[in-house]
Design a protein around this ligand. Structure first.
Ligand code: SAH
Length: 255
């Protein structure tokens, strides 16, 4: 059976997934705990991504090389950059780029040296499936989050977006920086700290990759507010419901 790798950026997200993998076995590699088991009849390996590009790339490499996963799905939170990308929305990445990669003038700005590209595509069929699963969850957001959480974070009719996601080794928490990123990447939907690194590793291994992010902040001067509370009350619930909906509707693929 094909094996699905799930990388969660947040402890709470991973804990929610593990609660549905009753048979999981823990295998420790490179200081990381990988949980091997099943969910909805799929063979899975779930792991905490760790934060930042290098840490996430190492985790991804172990998932691909040691555990032989056939596709990799990343879940986490991100700062919204697109004008209509609000807290509580979900962004499914179509492309990823490292906004802090710059080997100019030797290479074009943002181009990853020796790859001949700055942008790494996510897998289209996988991303479409995750976007559909996200739509199904967000249409009934109140059912998944409860009225109190909806009110607390002022969530109204949350939306699913698909598009460019930026990654870099910085938590973007000033309006000046997010404005500068928007100017450099007018199509950017969101900014986070891992996706493009994992996309590059999956590109190297020729393994389909998809990334799903709940918007936790607007990458501006208020970006740290209630971050941890939001993850417990909103982001980890969304990730669980979206992954569960997706896996429940997808047949395990023969490897
Ligand atoms: N308190 C957290 C640390 C989060 S670090 C913990 O202890 O786990 C930030 C995480 O949120 C990273 O995974 C990053 O990808 C994502 N993120 C959310 N908003 C972001 C923003 N505005 N800029 C960059 N990364 C952001």
């Amino acid at each position: 059976m094909a094996v699905i790798g799930i990388m969660s950026a947040m402890h709470e997200e991973l804990a929610a997934v593990l609660a549905h993998m009753p048979d999981e076995q823990r295998v420790s590699v490179a200081g990381r705990d990988f949980f091997v088991g099943h969910w909805h009849g799929h063979a899975l390996v779930a792991v905490l991504s760790r934060i930042g590009k290098v840490a996430a790339a190492t985790t991804a490499t172990v998932l691909l090389e040691r555990f032989g996963v056939d596709q990799l799905v990343f879940t986490g939170v991100a700062g919204g950059l697109g004008a209509d990308v609000r807290v509580g929305d979900v962004v499914v990445a179509t492309k990823c780029v490292q906004h802090d990669m710059d080997a100019s003038p030797l290479f074009a700005p943002h181009e990853v040296p020796l790859y001949g590209r700055a942008f790494f595509d996510t897998d289209l069929p996988l991303s479409v499936q995750l976007a559909q699963a996200s739509e199904a969850v967000l249409q009934h957001a109140e059912q998944h989050l409860g009225q109190a959480a909806m009110a607390e974070f002022a969530l109204k009719a949350p939306q699913v977006h698909q598009g460019l996601v930026l990654s870099g080794d910085r938590f973007v928490s000033t309006s000046a920086e997010s404005q500068a990123l928007r100017q450099r990447f007018p199509a950017a939907m969101a900014v986070e700290m891992e996706g493009a690194a994992v996309a590059q590793v999956c590109f190297d291994f020729g393994v389909p990759f998809a990334a799903l992010r709940t918007i936790s902040d607007r990458a501006d001067d208020t970006a740290h507010a209630d971050f941890n509370q939001f993850i417990g009350a909103v982001a980890s619930r969304y990730s669980l419901a979206i992954l569960s909906g997706w896996l429940g509707q997808t047949r395990p693929v023969k490897a």
